[in-house]
Design a protein around this ligand. Structure first.
Ligand code: NAD
Ligand code: TDX
Length: 337
């Protein structure tokens, strides 16, 4: 199998490239990544020279580049992960989310239609379903009701992908996963941001009352789900992934402080995120039954291992939190205190 994997230099993408190379011996992966602020060539630097891996720096919105790549590589399948992925940034500057997540996806769908692929896996998020009240779970039949520019752009790309199945019979499979954690996550997201701040004795900014709920899944469990969806998923179908690990944000923050060995006095409640979704929770019964998939990681153990990874790989995130990150941090958090 020759796979086009977009966004392979980001968090989930880089973990997935490693999983594929380790567990699918006959596969070759071409990683198309623009290396935005969130993409980091360092994540996969050790793969240079590996004949089963090729890195192409490029923008998924560049139709000519994408068509050339499809023409030359004759891909069997696409795993599409490239996206602008951070909700807070979509509130500060929405346009690039429409460009990359909506238009970029359409460029890839069009190339896949022109050149033909056996599967087009569109990697999406549970945020397209909007927010839950205190009870209930998102199923694949939950109506789309996105709240942020990020989730609206992802919902749009989901609908485009499914439209290419209905209209052109492109063999599209859509996945929607809950919040991921694990190594190589950019420290703008809740868990790595809290670890990096706790390690440096900086305040831990908790939005609102800290009682919003997210349903956490280890990045490797998500990766295995994506492989199952690619190999066993039925075209035109949507599959939810989640690990039934709902936690209040404040409990995660307290757990991180405990694991790093820092006091709860570092917690700082700050102004809430605009339009902040209250609760996400996933029903992954369909993926479990139809794809034979199940999460393997236990949240508390895997969070401890994740904290350990960030403590041991401090140079990795210290290089990131300079330059652009500092400007973003000041813009996002400077006025929130
Ligand atoms: P990330 O921000 O860590 O990585 C995104 C990658 O895409 C980066 O390497 C970036 O350089 C690349 N990219 C961005 N714009 C591009 C463009 N125009 N052309 C080519 N490459 C571009 O994101 P992530 O957390 O790894 O998420 C990957 C995918 O999974 C996204 O589609 C996201 O919506 C989805 N997802 C994420 C989560 C989560 O919890 N992180 C949960 C569910 C779904
Ligand atoms: O500083 C913070 N303080 C805080 O209280 C940050 C960065 C977050 N939060 C809260 C907001 C959310 O309730 O923590 C929760 C998680 O926030 P994020 O890590 O930004 O994730 P979320 O907004 O839930 O979106 C994530 O999950 C779905 C990913 O970023 C998306 O890419 C994915 O689609």
């Amino acid at each position: 199998m020759n796979i086009l994997l977009t966004g392979g230099s980001g968090f989930i993408g880089s973990n997935l490239v490693r999983l594929i190379l380790a567990e699918r011996p006959g596969w070759r992966v071409v990683n198309l990544d623009k290396l935005t602020y969130a993409g980091n060539a360092e994540n996969l630097a050790d793969l240079s020279g590996n004949s089963r891996y090729r890195f192409v720096r490029g923008d998924i919105c560049n139709g000519e580049l994408v068509a050339d790549l499809f023409r030359n590589e004759r891909f069997d399948a696409v795993m599409h992960l490239a996206a602008e992925s951070h909700v807070d940034r979509s509130i500060l500057a929405p346009s690039i989310f429409i460009e990359t997540n909506v238009r970029g996806t359409q460029v890839l769908l069009e190339a896949a239609r022109e050149f033909g692929v056996k599967r087009f896996l569109h990697v999406s998020t549970d945020e397209v379903y909007g927010s839950l009240g205190p009870t209930g779970l998102f199923t694949e039949r939950t109506p789309l009701d996105p709240s942020s520019p990020y989730s609206a752009s992802k919902a749009s790309s989901d609908l485009l992908a499914l439209a290419y199945f209905h209209t052109f019979k492109l063999p599209v499979v859509v996945t929607r996963c809950s919040n991921n954690y694990g190594p190589y996550q950019f420290p703008e997201k809740l868990i790595p941001l809290m670890i990096a701040n706790a390690v440096r004795d900086l305040p831990l900014p908790v939005y609102g009352d800290g009682m919003n709920v997210r349903d956490w899944i280890h990045v490797e469990d998500h990766g295995r789900g994506l492989l199952a969806a690619l190999e066993l998923g039925e075209p035109g179908q949507v599959y939810n992934f989640g690990a039934s690990s709902e936690r209040h944000n404040i409990d995660i923050v307290k757990l991180v402080l405990k694991l790093v060995g820092k006091p709860e006095s570092l917690i700082q409640y700050v102004k809430d995120r605009l339009g902040h979704d209250r609760r996400y929770a996933i029903d992954s019964t369909k993926a479990q039954q139809k794809l034979g998939w199940a999460p393997r990681h236990i949240f508390e153990d895997a969070l401890a291992a994740t904290v350990e990874w960030y403590v041991e790989n401090r140079p990795w995130w210290e290089r990131i939190i300079s330059g652009e990150y500092l400007k973003y941090y000041e813009k996002q958090y400077g006025a929130r205190k």
